[in-house]
Design a protein around this ligand. Structure first.
Ligand code: PMP
Length: 394
């Protein structure tokens, strides 16, 4: 008998992230990657991060190198209250847990909520790594469609009539992979449904700050609070896309009924988030450089997004259609005719360009005509060249 039979049943069928596998190809010399959801390291605030590091070493040495609280660095949580306020969210340090990125937040939250067989609903398409977490808990995943206004909440309502749902996971603003934003009307309806049918909304918001316009939809967390509900929405966000992902600092805002249990799971997992990173983010925030940094990222990604859209429209417009993202890092495209973007990847790779085939973002009913482009890391010239290569691979 193979030794792998020692592995737990739920681990046996675990699949590696298709994107992480793809990223291996994207590192090959000469390949232009439109695949990874990686922020542009050229935009990292080197000077600000260096200053913050110096402050930590000179002024906060003990905190930075010592064990800390499971809930997270006290000063950082206080600063995050202010940052959340800028996003229109009223919160307190007590509602907050600092995590090792949003990825850990999602893991902790789903582990806290899911019994095997509990039904969790995701959008079609959705963030791949959440599907991995859900598969680890043996939850049942159901999906509802999405369109240019985000998750089709009427479809969810129809499902609720026949199915008991524990949780709904979504990236409502500048979604990964869809790039779309849930409309105000749907936000309100979704929160009302959560209250009526008593399910938990997991609001994943890594990209909300990277808006290309001044328009901001309210977070679901805030929509619920304005309805007087502080029980049914949990919110997570991260410094990964607005500062640096290597720091691994994110946070969760939680209702009272779950925060202590989630903190205990965090304690059992890794005691607390990295002390040095938390001190560094706190020192960085004290320099008041975050907002100018976000403005820089917004402008740079906006230009890259416009460039990629223009090249795709001019060169491949007869073949694919796509939404025009209003923020974030992703452009979601779809072939106008029957097409398999997973198979096509072999040809585009031979021409030196990679993207992520859409099928990996579906829990069921995969649409093989779809694909995700990230415009965050490539330069304008590379975006132009990438589209020429895509065209020549057709
Ligand atoms: N949620 C979404 C939708 C993401 O795209 C990502 C990163 N790709 C994450 C969560 C995790 O981000 P991090 O752990 O770096 O905060």
């Amino acid at each position: 008998m193979s030794k792998s039979s020692h592995l737990a049943d739920r681990i046996q069928n675990l699949q590696p992230s298709a994107i992480r596998e793809l990223l291996k190809h994207s590192k090959m010399p000469g390949v232009i990657s439109l695949a990874g959801g990686i922020p542009s390291s050229e935009l990292f605030d080197k000077e600000g991060l260096a200053q913050a590091t110096q402050i930590v070493v000179e002024q906060n040495f003990n905190d930075a190198f010592q064990y800390g609280l499971t809930e997270g660095n006290v000063e950082l949580r206080q600063q995050l209250v202010g940052l959340c306020q800028e996003r229109g969210i009223t919160t307190t340090p007590e509602q907050m847990l600092i995590t090792s990125g949003s990825q850990q937040a999602l893991d902790l939250l789903i582990r806290a909520l899911a019994n095997p067989g509990d039904v969790f609903v995701v959008e079609r398409p959705t963030y791949l790594a959440t599907l991995q977490i859900l598969s680890l808990t043996e939850a049942t995943v159901k999906s509802v469609g999405g369109d240019e206004h985000g998750m089709i909440v009427d479809e969810l309502e129809a499902l609720l009539k026949t199915t008991r749902i524990k949780g709904v996971y979504l990236v409502p603003t500048f979604g990964n992979p869809s790039g779309t934003t849930l409309s105000a009307e749907r936000r309100e309806k979704l929160v009302k449904l959560a209250i009526e049918y008593d399910f938990v909304i997991i609001e994943d918001d890594p990209y909300g700050a990277i808006s290309f316009t001044e328009n901001r939809e309210k977070t679901l967390f805030q929509v619920a609070a304005e309805m007087g509900n502080h029980e049914n929405v949990v919110y997570t966000s991260t410094f990964s896309k607005i500062l640096a992902p290597g720091l691994r600092v994110g946070w969760i805002l939680m209702p009272d009924w779950m925060k202590h249990k989630v903190a205990i799971i965090k304690q059992a997992t890794d005691l607390h988030a990295n002390s040095f990173s938390q001190s560094l983010v706190s020192a960085y925030l004290s320099l008041n450089r975050l907002n100018p940094q976000i403005a820089l990222i917004r402008e740079a990604y906006k230009q890259k997004c416009l460039s990629l859209s223009r090249y795709l429209h001019d060169e491949l417009g007869d073949h694919i259609s796509f939404n025009q993202p209003q923020g974030g890092m992703f452009l979601w495209a779809k072939f106008r005719y029957d097409f398999d973007t997973t198979k096509w990847l072999e040809q585009t790779l031979a021409k030196g360009v990679v993207y992520v085939p859409g099928e990996f973002f579906f829990s069921d009913n995969a649409d093989k005509k779809t694909l995700r482009f990230s415009y965050a890391t490539a330069s304008d010239e590379q975006l132009f060249e990438a589209v020429q290569r895509l065209k020549s691979a057709l």
